[in-house]
Design a protein around this ligand. Structure first.
Ligand code: KG4
Ligand code: ZN
Length: 321
């Protein structure tokens, strides 16, 4: 729930149902959305101290994402908007991750990125370098050609026998490890694009080789293995980020998306900013992984411009900027 650009409430219904399957099961995700959506909206209203009749517009994610889950949100937004006679605003999930940098709670006033800025958006489904010219004008200048950075974390974690989602697990182990003990090759990809599928394969072969010599290799070295994997992912990301920030001569750089919660990445980008005289913007943890506040924030920029969606709108699993 947002009033202007001030956040009144932000609730997430966690979907622990996926844990035992080692990944998100789309059918279960949409069912959980259907069950959770009314209670979560109710909770957000109560916590914000807002009456249903006070709501001026409803923002919703049109895409990209899992179709079943998007359908639940889009249908809810349409019904809500129609019942209340209020406008609705469609939001692009990846743009919302970036615009999370503008969310402020009452009394908060730390500096927001200045336009144009360069944002590295890293999540479970996407890895993009985005030149952000204004809240409504963004250009993807590079992206992954295969796996996303979050997928690289999750798939590596799976190879190590760690539970889903693996990103936060790798992060925790890596904090206790030595990143220089095990190193993995970097891909040679042109321009500002990324690739992570080769990393997964090299980790798999590395583990198979080491486990032949010592069956307990993973258990004994989990911290150092995670530190090595995490450092490789961060280096792949930041090498392109640095090149792009120099090329586009931006003064502000930012990270967004689920993987921006990674402590190693947060530290590394802070250092990169200090070394190059760039102002670094790192979202608070609560706005890194998927959340409603970022959708409301992105919606409020369009609302201010009078850009609304109509009742015919349909979700898009893949959605361009
Ligand atoms: O943005 P997000 O919540 O959902 C998508 O839109 O995909 O991102 C989820 C991804 C998962 O791959 C998860 O493992 C990763 O973000 N993630 C992390 C961390 N926290 C979440 N990866 C590395 N370190 C973390 N601390
Ligand atoms: Zn996301």
């Amino acid at each position: 729930m947002l009033k202007g650009d001030v956040l009144l409430s932000n609730f997430i219904a966690n979907q622990s149902v996926h844990e035992r399957f080692g990944g998100v099961v789309p059918e279960l995700a949409s069912r959980a959305h259907q069950q959770n959506i009314i209670p979560v909206v109710d909770q957000a209203l109560k916590s914000a101290g807002v009456q249903v009749g006070d709501i001026g517009a409803v923002a919703f994610t049109r895409g990209p994402g899992l179709m079943g889950s998007l359908l639940v949100g889009v249908s809810f937004a349409k019904s809500f908007a129609m019942a209340r006679g209020i406008p609705m605003v469609e939001v692009n999930h990846m743009q919302a991750h970036i615009l999370a940098h503008f969310i402020r709670k009452p009394g908060e006033n730390y500096p927001a990125p200045e336009f144009p800025f360069l944002c590295l958006t890293v999540s479970g489904g996407h890895t993009q370098l985005v030149l952000v010219k204004s809240p409504l004008e963004m250009e993807i200048i590079g992206e992954t050609l295969d796996d996303a950075a979050g997928e690289a974390f999750d798939k590596s974690a799976k190879l190590l026998g760690l539970p889903y989602p693996g990103g936060p697990q790798v992060d925790q182990h890596a904090a206790l490890g030595d990143a220089s003990r095990f190193t993995f090759p970097h891909p040679q990809i042109p321009e500002y694009n990324f690739s992570f599928s080769g990393l997964k394969t090299s980790i798999l072969y590395f583990l198979q080789k080491e486990q032949k010599k010592d069956a307990d290799f993973i258990e004994k070295n989990i911290h150092d293995i995670c530190a090595g994997i995490q450092w490789t992912i961060i280096e792949i990301l930041l090498k392109k980020f640095k090149k792009a920030a120099r090329e586009f001569k931006v003064k502000d750089i930012a990270i967004a998306g689920g993987v921006s919660a990674n402590k190693g990445l947060r530290n590394a980008i802070t250092r990169m900013g200090e070394e190059n005289n760039w102002r670094v913007h790192i979202p608070p943890f609560e706005y890194c992984t998927d959340n409603a506040a970022m959708i409301a924030m992105a919606g409020s920029f369009k609302f201010a411009e009078g850009i609304f969606a109509d009742q015919q709108i349909a979700p898009l699993a893949r959605m361009p900027f």
